[in-house]
Design a protein around this ligand. Structure first.
Ligand code: PGA
Length: 240
């Protein structure tokens, strides 16, 4: 088990995330990659698009999986599906992202479908994650244990507040998520965080106790974990 912490400037953040991802997939013929949504990965996807356009990256063989989805209308502009349509699908050569279907008549069956698809692909090689204000990874909310599987979850207040910036009054009360079991099995797990608002949760995850109260604290149990932090997000770390 190893946990590496890289601290970069705000301007370098997207490129540093891209460098970590491209290094992680190097040498893997058809890497299975778990992809996040939200504000944090926008710089990563923009950097990836530029790298592909310049011939510096080739993701035609990548097998992308969404790590989570809101329990709202599939085609809502604030859904993770819409995020991937905006930031991923336009990258030359990108395969369609395997995604949850929040409108599936049987949500447990939809989670089982995702888990089976991931299992058939051999599991995640790389998990690229953001961290929620409450320490969640994907929608593994506080209370989640390292063995938790792919499932439907109730969203906690902090996640709903964060979601409400886009969803407004329609903010879903639940979501679908890969479990910590699936995410933390990746090698490596890459966790990205930027901005001062994330500083205290990043410090709790890295310096605090390993606890379900902060699911991101379980990252240190992954075989290999890489944190990419900008200086603001790293500002409350001990010895940073
Ligand atoms: P954010 O979300 O990138 O929009 O801050 C991160 C997360 O909730 O995982």
């Amino acid at each position: 088990m190893s946990q590496e912490i890289r601290i970069v400037s705000q301007a370098e953040f997207g490129a540093a995330c891209l460098e970590a991802l491209l290094s992680a997939v190097a040498g893997i013929a058809a890497p299975v990659v778990g992809l996040p949504t939200g504000n944090t990965p926008v710089g990563l996807f923009a950097s990836l698009r530029t790298a592909v356009d310049h011939g510096d990256a080739d993701l035609r063989a990548w097998r992308p999986f969404a790590i989570d989805e809101y329990g709202g209308p599939r085609d809502h502009p604030c859904s993770n599906r819409a995020f991937f349509a905006r930031y991923w699908d336009g990258i030359a050569g990108a395969r369609g992202v395997e995604q949850f279907d929040p409108e599936a008549p049987d949500l447990d069956a939809d989670c089982a479908r995702m888990e089976a698809a991931l299992g058939a692909a051999g599991g995640l090689d790389v998990a690229v994650l953001g961290i929620g204000m409450n320490g969640h990874l994907a929608f593994n909310e506080p209370g989640s244990t390292p063995g938790s599987g792919t499932r439907r979850v109730a969203l906690h207040e902090a996640s709903r507040v964060s979601g409400s910036h886009c969803w407004g009054e329609e903010t879903p009360a639940w979501g679908l998520t890969l479990g910590l079991r699936e995410l933390l099995g990746a090698r490596p797990v890459i966790v990205m965080a930027n901005g001062a608002a994330k500083a205290s949760v990043v410090a709790a995850a890295i310096n605090g106790p390993e606890t379900p109260d902060c699911p991101a604290s379980f990252v240190r149990g992954a075989r290999r974990a890489i944190w990419i932090l900008d200086e603001d997000a790293a500002s409350l770390l001990r010895n940073a």
